[in-house]
Ligand binder design. Structure first.
Ligand SMILES: Nc1ncnc2c1ncn2[C@@H]1O[C@H](COP(=O)(O)OP(=O)(O)OP(=O)(O)O)[C@@H](O)[C@H]1O
Ligand SMILES: Nc1nc2c(c(=O)[nH]1)N=C(CO)CN2
Length: 167
């Protein structure tokens, strides 16, 4: 069994509907916990509409490649096509980190699946929702999510706004 932290983002179409559909699909994939939805300013070089983002933790029989395959299935189901790097999308699902049941992180430098995700540590849109659902969260190789957030520009962190309450 492995545990994966997934980051979900959407900034085209029915953003909340797309994210909720993907989060519902994760219930059948061993969903352990999910954050609420957050509205977040676009990170990166591309000018584009704001995103809704969420983080989910899943645990199941899949290995790291299996979690990436699931991420791509969810993106395909949301009608995602491959477009501009860092650009707008109906649904983006990234595998942030994977750990075994012994707590050992899966590490990979493969460009098809780099673990932990190479940009997660600098993305408030990943770290804020993750910390909210797991106050003890640790990003392998980078340290505690709480400390990573403390090191990001305050404006990045304040830009991540809770968008929904969980029912
Ligand atoms: N940890 C990872 N999670 C998701 N995709 C990954 C990961 N590591 C490598 N990739 C690869 O990155 C490729 C491009 O992914 P994608 O189009 O989602 O990039 P992006 O969303 O523009 O940028 P980013 O990955 O920084 O969010 C994917 O085909 C995938 O194989
Ligand atoms: N706020 C925010 N910014 C992004 C996001 C995202 O999910 N949220 N995804 C991106 C894809 O690389 C690029 N920029």
């Amino acid at each position: 069994m492995t545990r994966a932290v997934l980051s979900l983002g959407a900034n085209l179409g029915d953003r909340a509907g797309t994210l909720r559909t993907a989060l519902r699909a994760l219930v059948g994939e061993g969903l352990v916990a999910r954050s609420v939805l957050y509205e977040t300013p676009p990170w990166g070089p591309v000018e584009q509409p704001p995103f809704l983002n969420a983080v989910a933790v899943v645990r199941g029989e899949r290995d790291a490649a299996g979690w990436l395959a699931l991420a791509h299935e969810l993106e395909d189901a949301a009608g995602r096509t491959r477009e501009v790097r860092f650009g707008p999308r109906t649904l983006d699902v990234d595998v942030v980190a994977v750990t075994g049941d012994d707590g050992a992180p899966v590490l990979s430098t493969d460009p098809e699946l780099t673990l932990p995700h190479p940009r997660a540590h600098e993305r408030a849109f990943v770290l804020v929702p993750w910390l909210a659902l797991d106050p003890a969260a640790v990003l392998p190789g980078h340290g505690s999510v709480r400390e990573l957030l403390a090191g990001l520009p305050a404006g990045d962190v304040e830009g991540v706004q809770r968008w929904e309450q969980l029912a």
